[in-house]
Design a protein around this ligand. Structure first.
Ligand SMILES: NC(=O)c1ccc[n+]([C@@H]2O[C@H](COP(=O)([O-])OP(=O)(O)OC[C@H]3O[C@@H](n4cnc5c(N)ncnc54)[C@H](OP(=O)(O)O)[C@@H]3O)[C@@H](O)[C@H]2O)c1
Length: 329
């Protein structure tokens, strides 16, 4: 099968299209023919290992000190069709159209992948694809959708509350805006100039251009601030929260995690950090919202698998609106 192999840390040129052996499912695994995957900011951070120190260092120890050896293929989300199943598989059968997310150690930049029928936390999550989405659209749901759901649930949003999402124009934020609307919030979306119209079209009542204005200096308060990119100032966000407000920090630094614990323990404001662990039941919940017309995916560009290097270069510009999809089959 064709796969894009991760041969070195650093520039996208280290991603090379190669012919490798097609995997065969174990007893409890399904073999998925991947139709579409994506290139996310997280994939670029993995490729370069530009991660917070507390993640980057152990990751390098695991993957290989000077070049990646233990992980051959990166890429985290996909949509495709089940081609074969191991004898112990119960939830799926050949021909099922699925979407999902892998764990850190299996990549989706390939024509096929094997995943456990009922993945554990480190193995990702798999579910039947939304019937009203193409493979391209469905492939762009799991990472952003699961991450946004994980954080916004902890925001405990009540109907009519105000929610600000910082970094709203990417994979996580575009679904985050729609989920916050679903929970009944009045949403303020923060991102760069070219993404604001798109954010309004997704349901944001207000938009802030971070290149022109710091939202923490507007004198407004919010019930929930979800900082997807962790680019907001901690003290500024504390000032911009209502007395019982919640600050949800995606991609947190160790320092912010420690400050967050202190704030949550000492006062009425709560700080939520950490990462999601993918679960099939959450994918199924997202699928129901998609089939009800509540959530749509935003696709900026599509590239064939052969143009993975160009796709990575584009995602690295930061100009991506929503998602960049790789069509595989
Ligand atoms: N498993 C994973 O891979 C995973 C899971 C969860 C979270 N994360 C991490 O979470 C972060 C966000 O993920 P994502 O996929 O949503 O990224 P993304 O698609 O790149 O979206 C991030 C958005 O934030 C905007 N932005 C950049 N700087 C900003 C600032 N100072 N203020 C406000 N907005 C700003 C970007 O727009 P401009 O570039 O136009 O400024 C972009 O629209 C990434 O660092 C990612 O690694 C990763």
């Amino acid at each position: 099968m064709k796969a894009v192999i991760w041969t070195k840390y650093g520039s996208p040129d280290g991603l090379q299209l190669q012919e490798i052996e097609k995997p065969a499912p174990k007893d409890n695994e399904v073999l998925v023919k991947i139709h579409a995957t994506t290139v996310t900011a997280g994939d670029c951070e993995m490729r370069t290992l530009k991660l917070p120190l507390f993640l980057g260092f152990p990751m390098r120890i695991y993957t290989g000190i000077s070049k990646p050896t233990r992980i051959q293929i990166i890429g985290q989300e996909f949509a495709g069709e089940i081609e074969a199943t191991g004898p112990a598989v119960k939830r799926f059968k050949a021909g099922d159209q699925v979407f999902g997310m892998t764990g850190l150690f299996k990549g989706t930049y390939a024509e096929y992948i094997c995943l456990p029928d009922e993945p554990g936390d480190m193995d990702g999550a798999l579910a039947i694809k939304p019937a009203n989405m193409t493979y391209d659209e469905a492939a762009a749901v799991p990472l952003g959708g699961l991450e946004a759901l994980h954080f916004l649930r902890q925001g405990d949003i009540q109907r009519g509350q105000t929610v600000l999402i910082n970094g709203a124009g990417g994979s996580i934020g575009t679904i985050g805006v729609q989920l916050a609307r679903y929970y009944g919030a009045e949403v303020t979306a923060v991102d760069s100039t070219g993404k604001l119209d798109m954010l309004r079209s997704l349901g944001a009542a207000h938009v802030v251009d971070y290149t022109q204005e710091d939202f923490t200096k507007r004198g407004q308060t919010y019930d929930v601030i979800f900082d997807v990119v962790n680019k907001s100032s901690y003290s500024g966000c504390m000032r911009s929260l209502t007395p019982n407000g919640r600050y949800l920090v995606g991609n947190p630094t160790l320092r912010k995690m420690i400050r967050g614990r202190w704030t949550s323990a000492m006062g009425s404001r709560k700080v939520v950090t950490g990462t999601s662990s993918p679960k099939a039941e959450d994918l199924i919940f997202l699928r129901e919202l998609i089939e009800a017309g509540t959530i749509h995916t935003v696709i900026d560009r599509r590239y064939p698998l052969e143009e993975m290097v160009e796709a990575h270069r584009y995602v690295e510009t930061g100009n991506k609106k929503g998602n960049v999809v790789i069509t595989v089959a």
